[in-house]
Design a protein around this ligand. Structure first.
Ligand code: WT7
Length: 657
């Protein structure tokens, strides 16, 4: 392990950075830990509040002391859209807030803060006209077009809680989320683009609305943006479906923001866990607003005039926090990209950086690895000299990819900030600061202000002190951006994150703290797979597979994948009398794609007439993981297996892909 390979911050960047060296970082970090109330209250002064808080933070982190709760700035009143838009109007009304880069390279547009304000207010009035009010949940199912950001901000304006569902999720996934959050309003589009191909979204939405309705949740109004137009036929149901452009025509551009308590919910975002259906992570207004803004400012060293680009989709938390809320709260210019990294060719990212003079670029290791495979000659063709800071998120970045990113994209001039966080954390918790932290490729380095990571020995639950240790990663105190509950199921929240190690928030990740105190997050220790930086629960894929009439049982594990980080490997047992034939494998893969969405489609189906189980009937996933990783010769202790011949059969039938 190249533990001693250190990349120091470039001097010219450090000189102008918000945090200029490790001493400054340590001083501010220590203050945030020793006087959290004072520290956060001071940070909160940078934001707009109608009324100040009663208390900075109140919480219970220990299940033994009763109900878990986390509150920041309770009693304070604000509206996140006033912080993200209105308060910038005076000084930067004509500054570009959002640069939209379309799927086609010649298609783009901008919205100034003034224009964004107008559009958001108008759509907020449309929502109101359709009866939406504070506390209502509204589902949004859209591709990366400006109306998506406008719709979410419009919800926040009137205090409605948005639940954004990634546009590539299936009708079933959308329906599940509509039902779980009991939405009565949906905002969607006729379709979107994937490369040259138009994909119908309204058609999926129609199916989802029908399914949800059968489960007792009726979408009363569906507002549809026209994105694709003629190339798609879009059915509109009278009385329920309305075109966005019709609704917006006469909408008033004035909309008083709803006065929200800092602890009122802002949004729900569904994320996969190790068991059951995805859970709705609920984030609340005040703390989330502050935390996304401050992490964006310090971790990417965002300064006035910078052009910020986060390549994520707004359907994931990265897009919520670092395309929309954090950057806009900082008065930034933020890019929203509709396309994919390889269309029209593998130079697209760099063409966009060149075209819009991007200063900070934030992407995922999977995208970097995919682009590495196209060679360094491609980025070499573009002017990337405006770049100052590069970011990585979603999974551990392998040191080779880190070095390539640093050398061929940053041209050796830009720090790479490897940012560790989760949907649940709302914002980044562990990351270098670009002007201060000497980086080690593959390490997320040190905690952000106010964050206290602890390493716990998994089996005993004991906190391991000191350096050069490893275990699982937990947090010992709350931070403002932390999720507050699982929507509609607070017990599940406690169960999932707080029961395992009383007194700590358990992340589900494994981790090492090296001899210099650097954190290295090594990946999930639970039954969650990280595919291209997106979380999939093995249980979800298994449930989808067993819905197929020919499938009796399925066991899903992750396996190492060159581009995706982890791939999905499914062992499948068919019903008695069914034939194990190759053609059925593709059918099952497509079946899962239709049930959940393309990202959940298994990479491998391995026929398993029998699965390795203990005598009590529990599937031994450890063994399945080993076989899937081509490590069938290192199975370890198999003495608890009910039928060892099952394992031999699986080892024999293993084929490397
Ligand atoms: C899981 C969270 C946070 C936005 C994107 C993913 C893994 C994320 C890193 C990183 C190592 C990372 C963890 C985490 N992860 N970033 N920099 N280094 N691992 O959000 O879908 O909630 O997934 O992604 O395993 O638990 P998410």
């Amino acid at each position: 392990m190249s533990n001693d390979e250190l990349y120091s911050p470039p001097e010219n960047l450090a000189k102008k950075a918000w945090i200029k060296n490790m001493d400054e970082y340590k001083e501010m970090y220590d203050r945030s830990i020793n006087d959290p109330e004072g520290f956060w209250a001071e940070q909160a002064e940078q934001f707009f509040w109608y009324e100040k808080w009663d208390k900075v933070c109140d919480h219970n982190y220990n299940v033994k002391n009763g109900k878990i709760f986390i509150e920041w700035f309770k009693g304070a009143k604000t509206n996140i859209t006033v912080n993200c838009i209105d308060r910038h109007l005076k000084d930067r009304g004509d500054q570009t807030a959002i640069i939209w880069e379309g799927n086609e390279p010649d298609e783009d547009c901008t919205l100034t803060y003034k224009q964004l304000h107008e559009e958001v207010c108008k759509f907020a009035n449309v929502l109101k006209k359709h009866g939406a009010k504070k506390g209502d949940r509204i589902s949004i199912y859209m591709p990366m077009i400006p109306e998506l950001a406008i719709a979410m901000l419009a919800c926040a304006r009137i205090g409605a809680v948005h639940s954004i569902v990634f546009g590539a999720f299936s009708p079933t996934s959308l329906s599940d989320r509509i039902v779980d959050s009991s939405c009565s309003l949906l905002v969607t589009t006729d379709g979107g683009f994937r490369g040259k191909k138009p994909v119908p979204l309204k058609e999926n939405a129609d199916k989802a609305m029908q399914m949800a309705s059968k489960q007792g949740t009726d979408i009363k109004q569906c507002i549809v943006v026209q994105r694709v137009g003629d190339k798609l036929e879009t059915a509109m149901q009278k009385g329920r479906d309305f075109w966005w452009h019709d609704e917006m025509k006469d909408a008033s551009p004035d909309c008083e923001p709803e006065k929200m308590d800092a602890e009122d919910p802002l949004f729900i975002l569904y994320t996969s866990g190790s068991t059951g259906k995805p859970k709705g992570a609920q984030h609340n207004v005040g703390g989330y607003m502050m935390f996304t803004a401050l992490t964006h400012k310090y971790i990417f060293d965002y300064q006035d005039g910078d052009i910020w680009w986060c390549t994520a989709d707004i359907g994931w938390v990265t897009g919520h926090s670092y395309i929309v809320y954090g950057p806009l709260a900082n008065g930034a210019t933020t890019i929203m990209f509709e396309g994919i990294p390889t269309y029209p060719d593998a130079g697209r990212f760099w063409a966009v950086v060149d075209k819009h003079k991007v200063t900070q670029f934030y992407t995922a290791p999977t995208a970097i690895r995919a682009l590495i495979s196209h060679g360094e000659d491609i980025p070499a063709k573009y002017d990337l000299s405006t770049l100052k800071v590069l970011g990585s998120v979603g999974e551990p970045i392998n040191p080779e990819a880190w070095r390539w990113y640093h050398k061929h994209i940053g041209r050796g001039r830009c720090p790479v900030v490897d940012t560790w966080w989760q949907t649940e954390t709302g914002g980044i918790l562990i990351s270098p600061l670009p002007g201060a932290t000497p980086c080690k490729p593959g390490s997320a380095t040190f905690p952000f202000f106010g964050v206290v990571p602890v390493v716990i020995e998994a089996e005993t639950g004991k906190v391991v002190e000191g350096n050069d240790v490893s275990g699982v990663l937990a947090l010992s105190r709350p931070w403002p951006g932390q999720m507050r509950t699982v929507f509609g199921d607070h017990e599940r929240f406690e169960e999932n994150y707080f029961k395992m190690y009383p007194g700590y928030y358990f992340t589900g990740d494994g981790c090492r703290r090296d001899k210099d105190g650097y954190y290295w997050v090594t990946g999930r220790v639970d039954d969650v797979i990280n595919v291209s930086g997106h979380r999939i629960g093995t249980a979800e894929v298994e449930s989808a597979l067993v819905l197929h009439e020919k499938v009796a049982e399925a066991a899903v594990v992750g396996f190492p994948h060159d581009i995706k980080g982890q791939g999905i490997y499914a062992y499948v047992t068919l019903m008695d009398g069914m034939e194990y034939e190759d053609g059925l494998k593709k059918t099952l893969i497509d079946f899962v794609r239709n049930e959940i969405g393309a990202i959940a489609a298994p990479d491998v189906i391995h026929w398993a007439p029998g699965l390795p189980k203990t005598r009590s009937g529990k599937i031994m996933r450890r063994i399945l993981r080993k076989i899937a990783a081509d490590e069938g010769d290192q199975l370890g202790d198999t003495s608890t297996l009910a039928d060892p011949s099952v394992v031999d059969q699986l080892k024999e039938s293993y084929r490397k892909i």
